[in-house]
Structure formats: C-alpha cells, structure tokens
Write a protein that binds this ligand. Structure first.
Ligand code: ZN
Length: 95
C-alpha cells in the first residue's frame, strides 16, 4: 500500500494527504522593467487562513490559540499582585 505524505512549505507540518490538504499559493509579479516573476508554494489550510484569510473565499479562519495552562509561577505572581493591590487600595482608602 502506498501512502502519500504532504508537507507544508511554510510551517513544515507533515501528515497523510487525506488529513493535510495543501493549497497552491502563487504570487506573480508583472512589470515592464524586468521579466515576470512567479513564486509558488504549497501551504496547509492553517497557514493560508492565518496569512490570507479574507482574500480567499471558502477558507475557514484559523482557530484561536488555546489559552496556555498557567504555571505555578503565574498563579503565585497573580496572587501576590492581588495582595499588593488590596494592600495599596486599603492604604489609599484609609488616608
Ligand atoms: Zn503550514
């Protein structure tokens, strides 16, 4: 059995062809001062959506980035900041 693997030219993501459809992205520069230039690449839907969504119809927008899970440092930093804010707020109210 043969399996075709696709690889995005922009982000390097790889996967089976059925799971990772690629889109041909072509930029053509035309001018009278130099020969026409055509640049072409194969991009995954996420790269197409993130860079040129709105220019192309039928392409779903990129999903929002999931919110990262806070680390213990983040939680402690937020807690300390809340205590500082409450302390400073209490001092200002008491003045
Ligand atoms: Zn990509």
């Amino acid at each position: 059995m043969k399996t075709t693997t696709h690889k995005c030219d922009r982000c390097g993501r790889e996967g089976p062809a059925d799971d990772l459809p690629l889109y041909s992205v072509t930029v053509q520069v035309e001018g009278s001062y130099q020969p026409d230039t055509v640049l072409s690449a194969e991009w995954c839907v996420d790269c197409v959506s993130s860079k040129i969504a709105g220019w192309v119809t039928g392409v779903r927008p990129a999903p929002p980035d999931p919110k990262p899970t806070p680390t213990i440092d983040d939680v402690l930093r937020e807690f300390v900041q809340e205590v500082i804010d409450e302390t400073v707020g209490a001092r200002q109210d008491g003045e």
